[in-house]
Each structure stands twice: as C-alpha cells, then as structure tokens.
Design a protein around this ligand. Sequence first.
Ligand SMILES: [Zn+2]
Length: 317
Amino acid sequence: MRAIAFTIALCAAVLLALVVSLKGCSDSITTRLGGATDIWTILRSFNEENAFKLLKEQVAMGARVPNTSAHQRCAVWLETQLRKYTAQLHRQQFEVIWRDKKFKLTNVVGVFAGSSGETLLIGTHWDCHPSAENDEDKSKRGEPVPGANDGASGTAVLIELARVLSIYTPPITVIIALFDGEDFGEWVYGSRHFVSNPVPYMPDAAIIIDMIGDANLNVTRELNSIEHSRRLWEAVMESAKALQYEKHFEGDAVRILDDHVPFIEAGKPAILLIDFEYPYWHTTKDTPDKCSPKSLGVIGRTLLHFIFIGAKKFWGN
Ligand SMILES: [Zn+2]
C-alpha cells in the first residue's frame, strides 16, 4: 500500500516535472517565434492573395514614374499601408537632378523591433521605369512601364510581410524599406540615399527583392550577391530549401545593379532576389496577368523563414 502510494506520488512528481519542462520549452519557442508556437503558423499567416491585391492596387494607380501624379499618389498610399502595421515610420524625401531636370523622390521605411539582436533590412523599389524600351511594338517604347512585376511585386510582398510582423514579433529587428528611384536616370537613387542617410540606423545586413512576381518564378543566381555576401545568400537558400522552394531559385548566373549594391559598397552583407528571366521586362506588357499570387507567397514565406529561423543561425546566436 505504501509502495503503491509512493509510486503514485512519484508518477505525479514525474508528470508535474514533465509538464513544467514542456511548458518551459514551449515558452522559449513562443518567445523565439514572436508568440507563435511553430514556424508554420507564421508562414501560413502570409496571405499571398492579399499581396496580389496590393500588387493590382499599385498598377491601378498608373505607372509610378517619378514626377507624375500616380507616383505622388503611390507615395501617400505606401505610407498609409505601412502605418497600419508600425508606428515607427520614416519618410525620406529628397531630390535628384538628371538631365538638368529635378525629380522629387520618397523612400518609405518601417521598423519592426525585434526581441533582441541584429537588424536586417528588407527592401525593394516601388517606382516604375519611365520608358518601355524593350517593347516589341516600337510605337510603344516611349510609354511608361506599368510595373506589375518591376516595382509592384516586391512592394506588395513587403507590405504583406509588414502585416505578419505586426502580429508576430521577430527575433531580430526588421527594417522594411520601400526605395524610390531605382529604375531611372543613374539608378538606385533611393538605396544610395538611404545608405548615406540611414533612418533610423544602418542595418547589419540587407536583402533586396525585385521582380519576384513572375508567374513562372525562377530567381537568378545574382553574382554581386554571391561573390560579396555568399554566407547570407546560402543562408537564405537554406530557408528556401526548408520550404521545398529550391526549384524556384535555379535561375542563370547574372550580375545585376540593384538596391543591394550601395549596401555592399558600404561593407554590409547584402543580396538581391530577382527573377531576371522575365520576358516582359521594361515593356508595356509588365501587367498583373503575367504575375501570380503563388510567386509572391514563395518569396514572402522564404523571407519569413529566414527572419524567424535562418537569421539567428546566420548571426550565430
Ligand atoms: Zn526595371
């Protein structure tokens, strides 16, 4: 009888210890995962249909070419969108001169404070290229590019990502940067401006996305990224593999000037995710029907996996 009572007491103690240790374990996971019990909950909350809607909303404004009313309207819209998800919002307004003409540009930057540690900037450009010089129809080459993929796709993913980060606190601080003026004049004006005037401060690393909405998504192996920031590139590829997305990351090796280059020049690890095999690049046919919600989801979830799982490993903590 005593023995049985002792056994029962022992069992209860073991059970209690088990419950306590399980609870301790899930507490540390939920802290690490910003309140979610597993990474899949966070990944599932990225709504690719919502992102696609944001892509179409931008295209509906007209081509967001600097110094046009569509561009002005979009700058206000971007701020309204990001403000829904963070109070830490910065608007950088600046002017550039190109061919003796003054252009007013705006970067919109939102900060999502992490529970600890490093800062990762995730950026894209939101402006559109002023002329469709690759259009088959020569008469259309002077028209602006609608920029469904080239401008709106990355922006849509980052606004949806901001929504998810407003629900789940990231383990690292994430700066979401919507750069202006990537796609005209002497290129990458917005990111160059940011790097010389970083608000709120310079991040420890940067991931730039551009033209990732192509329905047939195949991300280019971009050489500036791989040569200068191989470890970051490989860490992000690991996240893609963990989600079985590797078949979307097997594009050709090409060297591209984009918003990651000013960060590399500033000595930071920085990579570019771009699908450069897009037949409608700088044509009037860069419209939403060439893009797909699925592709936005592939990139959005790869970024979320990197933020919540890969980044800690990348920085070794
Ligand atoms: Zn472009």
